[in-house]
Write a protein that binds this ligand. Structure first.
Ligand SMILES: [Zn+2]
Ligand SMILES: [Zn+2]
Length: 427
């Protein structure tokens, strides 16, 4: 069997791995890079309007024969681990005859993102998988594992061919709302794994003050019980674990979580996947402010907005219950509050990766809003990675999704096999 890491052997983002056995080829993930060649933030708009060939020449698209539109497809399928752009962001370029295997939750979120123009990928030729149920694709037998991650319904893959077993960890962690999946994996790890492709996002990063989603929820309850102030909450509308933490904290402290229609739609789409995801019609702890932005307009146009009318809260109504509110931050919501002079005495809870904060810091400072950082990582801590490796006991560990592959040997022992981007290795 042959393994090629097209990208991701020494960076986080843009992940793409290829396996080849006999006449079969599968790709795992096909993500947009997060950094450019200078390790500065990758800016895809620089490449707008460029053709596939130009994108290959500039290194944005990996050179993979039989993958792209306009040539005879020779790649059997793509296995997609989860709905983060650094794993699926380039899929719109692949030949639409090549099927993409993904989780049902992943499909829903990509469809929402496509509807709002956040991705060109339409999730057209997709095959939703059943977790823990093996399927055959060409010479490969694939078993999808559900894992805990900040991306929803994230998968790891066990891939078997030629008597070898490869385990692709995908992005995962042990400290989210589905940490039980990690514990189960330690108790019943996949057996006889020859090669473990292991993510290492946390290498070179600090763990931060809050260790788990549960810590976050408890901290928020402490804050929210003080009824003297209104909170803004900056978090991603697709980080479902975090939205659940905020909702639960609001419920426990008698507050109202005010979301925008876009977030309400995301939650609503996932209702059929899990009954534990908070919904707009769950009662007084959740309300929707119809912020007049382009997303809301789009929902008004296709009439999906109408569904959420029963949970609507107006700006004036919000003023009446100010100090009970936790308002999900969106660009326009904060502008409206600022213009009306209503941000006085408010606190922003910044619940995203700190690397994004400099971009918004100025606004909150100008409006004299105090800021608290309450966040935890979407990725496994080093100690959890070690536990994971000890449980699986792979013959070899191959670093992926990390800026520090060279740290693996000191952490996991001398069975680490470093594979460079673009290098095809026999395994
Ligand atoms: Zn990732
Ligand atoms: Zn991810």
């Amino acid at each position: 069997m042959k393994l090629t890491i097209h990208r991701g052997s020494e960076e986080i983002g843009g992940t793409c791995v290829e396996l080849q056995s006999g006449g079969s080829r599968v790709l795992i993930d096909f993500g947009l890079p997060l950094v450019d060649e200078n390790r500065e933030q990758f800016d895809f708009s620089r490449f707008k309007g460029k053709s596939k060939d130009e994108l290959i020449l500039s290194g944005v698209l990996p050179r993979i024969k039989g993958l792209y539109e306009g040539e005879q497809p020779t790649v059997n399928a793509v296995l997609l681990s989860h709905p983060h752009q650094d794993h699926y962001g380039l899929l719109s370029f692949i030949n639409s005859r090549i099927p993409v295997y993904l989780s049902e939750g992943c499909k829903e979120l990509i469809e929402v993102s496509h509807f709002f123009g956040q991705t060109n990928y339409e999730a057209g030729n997709v095959r939703p998988v059943t977790v823990w149920e093996p399927f055959q694709e060409g010479d490969f037998n694939v078993t999808p594992y559900l894992v805990d991650h900040s991306g929803f319904a994230a998968l790891a893959f066990l891939i078997e061919a030629e008597g070898k077993r490869i385990f692709y960890s995908g992005d995962f962690r042990a400290h989210g709302r589905k940490g039980i999946l990690f514990d189960n994996m330690l108790r019943r790890p996949p057996q006889n794994v020859s090669y473990l492709l292991l993510e290492g996002s946390m290498m070179g990063r600090e763990e931060g003050d809050y260790k788990s989603e549960e810590d976050i929820e408890n901290k928020l309850v402490d804050l929210f019980r003080n009824k003297e102030r209104m909170y803004f909450m900056a978090c991603s509308s697709q980080n479902i674990d975090r939205l659940v933490s905020v909702y639960r904290a609001c419920k426990r402290s008698g507050r109202i979580f005010v979301i925008d229609p876009y977030t309400a739609l995301v939650l609503h789409k996932l209702k059929k996947i899990s009954a534990h995801i908070p919904q707009f019609d769950w009662g007084e702890n959740m309300r929707i402010f119809f912020v007049p932005n382009s997303y809301t307009d789009k929902m008004a146009e296709d009439k999906s907005l109408f569904k959420f009318k029963s949970a609507k809260i107006t700006y004036d109504q919000m003023q009446g219950v100010r100090n009970r509110l936790v308002i999900k931050d969106s660009y326009l919501t904060k502008q409206i509050f600022s213009k009306k002079g209503h941000l006085e005495g408010t606190t922003l809870i910044y619940s995203m990766w700190d690397g994004y904060f400099p971009g918004v810091k100025g606004f909150w400072e100008k409006n004299h809003v105090s800021v608290l950082h309450v966040h935890c990582s979407g990725h496994a801590y080093i100690d959890d990675l070690k536990k994971f490796v000890r449980a699986i006991e792979p013959e070899f560990i191959i670093p992926i999704h990390t800026f520090f592959p060279e740290k693996y040997p000191e952490l996991f022992g001398d069975n680490v096999m470093i594979v460079k981007d673009g290098e095809m290795v026999e395994i």
